[in-house]
Design a protein. Structure first.
Lengths: 209, 289
């Protein structure tokens, strides 16, 4: 069982070659977005008939970063040195299912190729993965220090003052970020298959006294 | 009362950054048992490396530092008001230093208090005892794993669980299966049988203070603890739910009195980042283990 190095931006071919259970090490630029950031995206870029003038620049920048790019569901603990440079101190994943109502729209709008998080997502997102060519990368929950160490550079941050540090759009360069594909672009979800397989094993255990 | 705030703060730092030896050893054994090159083994490898890095760099093992739960055993004559005040001060200091994430959210307003202090946060249990020294047990109980705890009222027709140890077995297996990988397996499962709904949950979480390799003093219960650990692992959920041989590190069961009308089985779920530490203050000296 080998580990696949995945370079961002990720091509459609690369995505289609991946399957649930594959292990990945990610390289390139990733943008964090959790609850408040997703709400901002829906309220500002996706629902309104036109993008407000003041938000156009951020929209275009996110479009550039996320074309073939990656969203990370994470609210990091960060620190800033004397020269104002940011560093990630603790950066484990947060539970992704809260973004289930929005993620398909975000994928469609921005051309995102991978979503990193914890615990998987639901059928709407799974369908979007298949339609647009994207995957779910399940990070190791709680590996806050190690994941922060894979963040080699904090390039910039957007909406920190409005949304707060944990909820802002952090643009970071990662090297060797470890993850497992648990939802692929072929309609497969390890969460579904594992739930079914373990339910069967449970039934067997309940059959014995 | 002596100023023990710096020692309480050190207890918190150690709990947050330094995983207990018995948990780390169990994770290492689990690593060795998984198939070479599997997602399960590599995930445990990432976890173990994270534990090493956090200890070396004094950084939180997991960014969700959870609910700090303090069990304070004090000699006669000590003031619980003073103890609580000092420990709360230490929690605020540890939060300012980023050993704890600000986790206390006012439920109705949605406002984070910013310093991990609230009317009912963190959680304290005070117990006067006949020893002549102070002991403080601290655990950090994360939110993700808290969300997959479950409480059953027996008899439960869905599980065919009656009011006996077989019913307890069925409830606990169901709880582990329902949790899938969402509680960041591999887990320790704390089980309480009896109590009312509140005391049953509290007793179930007290099990997490037990050393990993202990067993119930009741032979039948000890046998069930062992059996459940083995059987839960046959579910195959594995680390983080990726599939694997170790889903549960240990199952710890205790019982408490109940009303004739009630028979609760409570299964609390502790993630792999099973952060617990003890501070002893005796004869003017502090030890943290």
């Amino acid at each position: 069982m080998s580990i696949v190095d995945l370079q961002i931006p990720i091509s459609d071919d690369a995505i289609r070659s991946l399957h649930i259970g594959d292990q990945v090490r990610l390289y390139g630029t990733v943008v964090t977005a959790r609850d408040a950031a997703h709400k901002y995206i829906m309220d500002t870029f996706i629902h309104p008939p036109a993008i407000p003038e003041s938000e156009q620049a951020l929209h275009d920048e996110l479009r550039r970063l996320w074309a073939g790019g990656v969203i990370y569901h994470c609210g990091p603990v960060v620190s800033q040195d004397e020269s104002g440079r940011w560093r990630f101190v603790a950066a484990g994943p947060t539970t992704s299912i809260r973004e289930e109502p929005y993620e398909a729209d975000v994928i469609a709008h921005f051309g995102v190729r991978a979503v990193i998080g914890k615990g998987g997502m639901g059928p709407k997102t799974l369908a979007a993965f298949k339609q647009y060519g994207a995957v779910y990368l399940h990070a190791v929950g709680g590996a806050a220090t190690l994941i922060a160490s894979s963040v080699k550079e904090v390039l910039t941050v957007y909406k920190k003052d409005e949304l707060g540090v944990p909820e802002a759009f952090w643009v970071v360069r990662v090297e060797g970020f470890p993850a497992v594909i648990t939802m692929d672009a072929h309609g497969q979800s390890l969460h579904e298959t594992m739930a079914a397989a373990s339910a069967q094993k449970l039934a067997d255990l309940m059959g014995t006294r | 009362m002596e100023n023990l705030v710096p020692h309480f703060a050190e207890l918190i730092r150690r709990a947050s950054t330094d995983l207990p030896a018995d948990i780390e050893a169990a994770l290492r054994r689990a690593y060795e048992q998984e198939n070479a090159g599997s997602a399960a083994q590599n995930t445990l490898g990432v976890i173990l490396e994270n534990v090493r890095m956090s200890r070396a760099g004094s950084t939180p093992i997991c960014q969700d530092t959870g609910t700090p739960i303090f069990y304070v055993y004090y000699p006669t004559g000590w003031s619980t008001l003073a103890l609580k005040k000092q420990i709360r001060e230490a929690v605020a200091q540890a939060t300012a230093k980023s050993y704890l994430r600000p986790n206390s959210v006012e439920t109705l307003s949605g406002k984070n208090t910013g310093n991990n202090l609230g009317d009912d946060f963190p959680y304290f249990h005070f117990e006067e005892w006949e020893e002549d020294y102070l002991k403080v047990d601290l655990m950090l109980k994360g939110g993700g794993c808290e969300n997959v705890g479950a409480q059953y009222s027996l008899p439960d027709t869905r599980l065919s669980a009656d009011r006996d140890l077989e019913g307890v077995r069925r409830a606990v297996l169901d709880a582990v299966q329902q949790a899938q990988g969402l509680g960041c397996a591999p887990a320790v499962i704390g089980v309480a049988v009896g109590g009312d709904r509140a005391s049953s949950y509290i007793k179930s979480k007290e099990q997490f203070y037990r050393p990993l390799d202990d067993e119930s003093p009741n032979a039948q219960v000890a046998a069930l603890e062992k059996r459940l650990t083995e059987e839960a692992n046959t579910l195959g959920i594995g680390p983080m739910g990726f599939g694997g041989k170790t889903t549960v590190l240990s199952v710890k069961i205790d019982s408490l009195e109940r009303l004739p009308a009630s028979y609760f089985v409570t299964a609390s779920y502790m993630c792999w980042a099973d952060r617990r530490r003890t501070m002893v203050y005796r004869d003017g000296a502090v030890t943290i283990e």
